[in-house]
Design a protein around this ligand. Structure first.
Ligand code: CTP
Length: 216
């Protein structure tokens, strides 16, 4: 079984020394890579900039990228041959329209940046998904959690979406624990307790494997 995982943040450069980014640590995506590799899968981990070291497991190939465009290019090259896609990355929704070739100098009292939409990696690859491929997304929501997550599941052609609510203490960014709810395309919903991210990853991988025809 081949698995593609995106993980971590993306950094969108403004000039040679600055970028727009976010607080994603990559921990959930890396934990999923370990859990899939332990289950015998061949994993390609496409990782944005993180402080984590490349997983040592021989079943995991780590590809390092910075921007959403680079993450898309790396993922698109791997996706057609992968049985499972897991989009755990916190991709920047927008990037600066222009990257200044030299360091932007301090000038007026305000500075306006123009941003343009980034490629939606999950949605774009979703349009190429074959019937036997299984796609998993993440949703980090603050309100109307289930409705928003179900809308993303449909729009991005996910078979399963992992919902993190920012209302749950200990869940999401900057924690070693996570509390997730799994929503599936057939309407199933599974609510898990707050657990260490490595254990959450095992729960998610076990659920995905149970949905794959050759593992049933
Ligand atoms: N995703 C992606 N590429 C993007 C943005 C998101 O692959 N450019 C993936 C994420 O990895 C995640 C899922 O899509 O699996 C949901 O991302 P999210 O940012 O919550 O969705 P958005 O469509 O950007 O919705 P929102 O308006 O809530 O930001």
């Amino acid at each position: 079984m081949r698995v593609l995982i995106t993980a971590g943040p993306t950094y969108e450069p403004l000039d040679p020394v600055r970028f727009i980014g976010n607080h994603s640590t990559g921990k959930m995506g890396y934990a999923l890579a370990e859990a899939f590799a332990t289950a015998g899968a061949e994993v390609t981990l496409v990782s944005g900039p993180t402080n984590l070291t490349d997983p040592a497991h021989l079943g995991i190939k780590t590809l390092r990228v910075e921007t959403a465009d680079q993450m898309y290019a790396a993922a698109a090259a791997v996706a057609p041959a992968a049985d499972v896609w897991v989009f755990a990355a916190a991709v920047a929704d927008y990037k600066p329209r222009e990257v200044a070739p030299n360091k932007i100098k301090k000038a007026g009292d305000t500075l306006t940046l123009e941003l343009v939409k980034n490629v939606d990696i999950a949605a774009t690859l979703g349009r190429t998904k074959r019937a036997e491929q299984f796609s998993v997304g993440f949703a980090l929501e603050t309100n109307n959690e289930e409705v928003n997550a179900r809308e993303k599941l449909a729009r991005k052609k996910f078979d399963l979406i992992v919902l993190n609510s920012l209302r749950d203490p200990g869940a999401g960014f900057r924690h070693d624990t996570n509390k997730v709810t799994l929503l599936e395309a057939d309407g199933q919903m599974t609510i898990f307790e707050l657990k260490p991210k490595a254990v959450v990853a095992q729960d998610i991988v076990r659920t995905i494997l149970a949905r794959l025809p050759h593992h049933a």
